[in-house]
Ligand binder design. Structure first.
Ligand code: BTN
Length: 327
């Protein structure tokens, strides 16, 4: 298995070019027979490896599988504490279970399918097998809950950056953190936090990110407003490539931006589709019209009410609905 992993990595790093059996054997310090055996083993697992006499072996594409091997092929450096699951109720729930068992800061949970994916405001998040990215990051930031006000909006910037890294196109953001392309929602973020016992400090926070990558059809009330990255960007996307880019952007957020949130403020403002537009503020049964004016340094939404007064809206208190399609 170790040889298979190393042969896979060597071929994947060539991005579709040939590597001879001799080169692989020298590079990995294993015999040519061991190279051949590893290639055969990988092929039996469904990897598309072409063998051509005189040229060697070539990987036909890293593919779309969400395994450790595929992820490592795209990560720029080895990364520990990534749990990859075939199916789970919810990656957020799973990450919270890991948190209670003492899992470290920076743990990531990824699943190919969720049977009980959860969204904001108690909604469900459709998570069919093999079509989306369902990822939760467990952080232990050692701070007050107030320091995490900007987190959920910053996570949306991390997703936009990851998408842009692999497609050169950037989604928009519906405040505070829905990912939107051409007025369709392509992903969302659910942040959950737990406090330390008898303390005002955060014990852990779980950042749950769901992105519709290939998902072609949605059921129920979201059917008209949801779509996928591939449908909206009209390009093929590899889930492990997107997952690796997202893990790296989240690491940057965790290490560099979280406690200097203004670093990504301009990017957020540029992506925020609500600014300058009329929004409907929804608080319980109450509906109020306003115009979204700006995003402040804590990523709150400054709105101008119809009487001309200005009000700061914080995520979690009020939900914002646009008037133009989903935005
Ligand atoms: C929303 O748009 O309301 C938020 C959706 C968040 C979905 C993600 S998928 C990964 C993680 N696990 C969950 O159960 N939910 C989040």
């Amino acid at each position: 298995m170790v040889s298979q992993d190393r042969v896979y990595q060597a071929l994947a790093s060539q991005r579709g070019a040939f590597l001879s059996g001799q080169q692989l054997s020298e590079q990995l310090g294993i015999t040519r027979a061991a190279v051949w055996k590893a290639v055969e083993g990988l092929r039996r697992q469904g990897y598309d490896i072409e063998a051509r006499s005189g040229r060697g072996y070539r990987l036909g594409g890293v593919g779309d599988g969400l395994g450790h091997r595929e992820l490592e092929a795209y990560l720029s450096a080895p990364r520990e504490n990534i749990h990859v699951l075939e199916s789970v109720d919810s990656t957020n729930t799973y990450a919270k279970r890991l948190a209670l068992e003492g899992a470290p800061d920076g743990t990531v949970v990824l699943a190919d399918c969720q049977t009980g994916g959860r969204g904001r405001l108690g909604r469900s998040f459709q998570s069919p097998e093999g079509t989306g990215l369902y990822l939760s990051a467990l952080w232990r930031p050692e701070c007050s809950p107030e320091a995490l006000f900007p987190l959920t909006a910053l996570a949306a910037v991390a997703v936009c950056r990851a998408v842009e890294r692999i497609t050169e196109m950037r989604p928009g953001i519906k405040w505070p953190n829905d990912l939107v392309i051409r007025r369709k929602k392509v992903g969302g973020i659910l942040t959950e936090m737990a406090m330390e016992h008898d303390s005002t400090q955060v014990d852990y926070v779980v950042l749950g990110i769901g992105i519709n990558v290939h998902t072609a059809a949605f059921e129920g009330e979201v059917a008209d407003m949801a779509s996928s990255l591939e449908e909206q960007l009209e390009t093929e996307i590899s889930r492990p490539q997107l997952a690796a880019a997202l893990v790296e952007e989240l690491d940057t957020l965790r290490h560099t931006v979280l406690f200097q949130p203004t670093l990504w403020l301009e990017e957020y403002r540029e992506a925020c589709l609500n600014l300058g537009r009329t929004v409907q503020l929804i608080q319980g049964e109450k509906r109020t019209m306003a115009v979204a004016m700006n995003v402040d340094e804590q990523y709150g939404l400054m709105v101008r009410m119809m009487d001309g007064s200005h009000v700061m809206v914080r995520s979690g208190e009020v939900s914002v609905r646009g008037l133009y399609g989903y935005v």
